[in-house]
Design a protein around this ligand. Structure first.
Ligand SMILES: Nc1ncnc2c1ncn2[C@@H]1O[C@H](COP(=O)(O)OP(=O)(O)O)[C@@H](O)[C@H]1O
Ligand SMILES: [Mg+2]
Length: 279
C-alpha cells in the first residue's frame, strides 16, 4: 500500500542517516531488526524497566540538548543499553552524541509517525531511550511528550522563562490526562543557575507553590558545561569538569535513582535480542 511504502522509505531514510552502528537493515519497517545494541563492550551489563525519557521545553536555550546528551552518555558509561532520539531538526544532541560516543545508537526523526515507529523499535532492544525535542511547539515535541515515561523540563531561572514554561507544561498535562495514570512523570530542572542566587530560590518556591515538581538538585552555569559539546563533563578530568560533573551526577541520580534498579548481567554476556525485546 502507498502509505506503507512511504512509511518504509521514511524509516529507511531515518535509519540510514541516523544510525551508523545498525547493521543488517531491511527495507520494510516490520522486518527492521538492528543486530547491535549500543552498550559498553566488556562492561558488566545491566538492565532496568524500559523507559523513554524526554527533555522538553518550548523555549530554546534552556539546556535541553546539553542535558539530554549528558544523560545519554552518563547512562552509557554506566553500562545501560541506551539510545538517543533527536526530534529537533537542528540535530544538536545527535551530532554531539555521535561525536562523543560513535558506538551509541543515535536516530533522528521529526515526523509524528516516524517518531512513534522509531521509539517502538528502539525500546524493544534498549533499556533506555533519551529523546531531545525542539525548542518550539511542534508535532515532534508533542509526540515525544505523549510517548514518554519521564519528562524533564529544563528551566532557566528568569521571569520570561517562567512565563513560557506554562506552555511547555500544557503538553505534559495533556499527556498525563490521556494516559490516565500520571504518566509521564514530570520534573522541572533549574539549569544555568548562579552560584549565589536569591532569584532562583524565589522562582523555585513559586513553582512548587503552583504545584510543579522541581528537582532539588540544580545545574549551575559553568564554563565546563558550556564548552562540553562533543564530549561529557562526566568524562573529563576532575580538575576540568569536576564541579559540573558533580551537579549532573546528583541531578541524574535524584531523577532516575529509583528507576535504575540494576539487574547486573555477567561480564561479556551474550546479548539475546529476541529475549530483550520481550523483557
Ligand atoms: N549549565 C550550563 N552552564 C553553562 N552553559 C550551559 C549550561 N547549560 C547549557 N549551556 C549552554 O547554553 C546554550 C543552550 O543550551 P542547549 O542545550 O543548546 O539548549 P536548548 O537545547 O534548550 O536550546 C548552549 O550554548 C550550551 O552550551
Ligand atoms: Mg536543543
Amino acid at each position: 500500500m502507498a502509505g506503507q511504502a512511504s512509511m518504509a522509505s521514511k524509516l529507511s531514510l531515518v535509519i540510514k542517516h541516523g544510525t551508523a552502528n545498525f547493521i543488517g537493515l531491511h527495507s520494510q519497517p516490520s522486518q527492521f531488526r538492528p543486530q547491535l545494541v549500543s552498550c559498553q563492550v566488556g562492561q558488566p551489563r545491566a538492565t532496568v524497566k524500559v523507559m523513554l525519557i524526554a527533555f522538553t521545553n518550548t523555549k530554546g536555550g534552556v539546556g535541553k540538548s546539553t542535558l539530554a546528551s549528558h544523560l545519554a552518555l552518563w547512562l552509557f558509561d554506566k553500562g545501560y543499553r541506551v539510545a538517543l532520539l533527536d526530534s529537533d531538526e537542528q540535530e544538536t544532541a545527535a551530532r554531539w552524541v555521535r561525536a562523543a560516543e560513535p558506538t551509541m545508537t543515535v536516530v533522528t526523526a521529526t515526523e509524528m509517525e516516524v517518531i512513534h515507529r522509531v521509539c517502538t523499535e528502539l525500546l524493544a532492544i534498549h533499556d533506555i531511550l533519551v529523546a531531545d525535542t525542539p525548542g518550539q511547539e511542534s508535532d515532534a515535541a508533542r509526540t515525544v511528550t505523549l510517548l514518554c515515561d519521564l519528562a524533564i523540563v529544563p528551566l532557566q531561572p528568569s521571569k520570561p522563562d517562567l512565563r513560557a514554561i506554562k506552555d511547555a507544561l500544557k503538553n505534559i498535562r495533556l499527556a498525563q490526562e490521556i494516559s490516565g495514570t500520571g504518566r509521564p512523570e514530570a520534573h522541572i530542572v533549574l539549569n544555568l543557575t548562579a552560584k549565589i542566587d536569591v532569584q532562583t530560590k524565589s522562582l523555585k518556591k513559586q513553582l512548587q507553590e503552583a504545584g510543579f515538581p522541581v528537582a532539588n538538585n540544580k545545574v549551575r552555569r559553568l564554563n565546563a558545561l558550556r564548552d562540553a559539546c562533543d564530549t561529557a563533563v562526566t568524562r573529563m578530568k576532575a580538575s576540568v569538569g569536576g564541579e559540573a560533573a558533580r551537579d549532573l551526577d546528583a541531578l541524574f541520580t535524584e531523577l532516575l535513582g529509583k528507576r535504575l534498579e540494576i539487574i547486573a548481567r555477567p561480564k561479556n554476556a551474550e546479548i539475546n535480542i529476541g529475549k530483550a525485546a520481550n523483557e
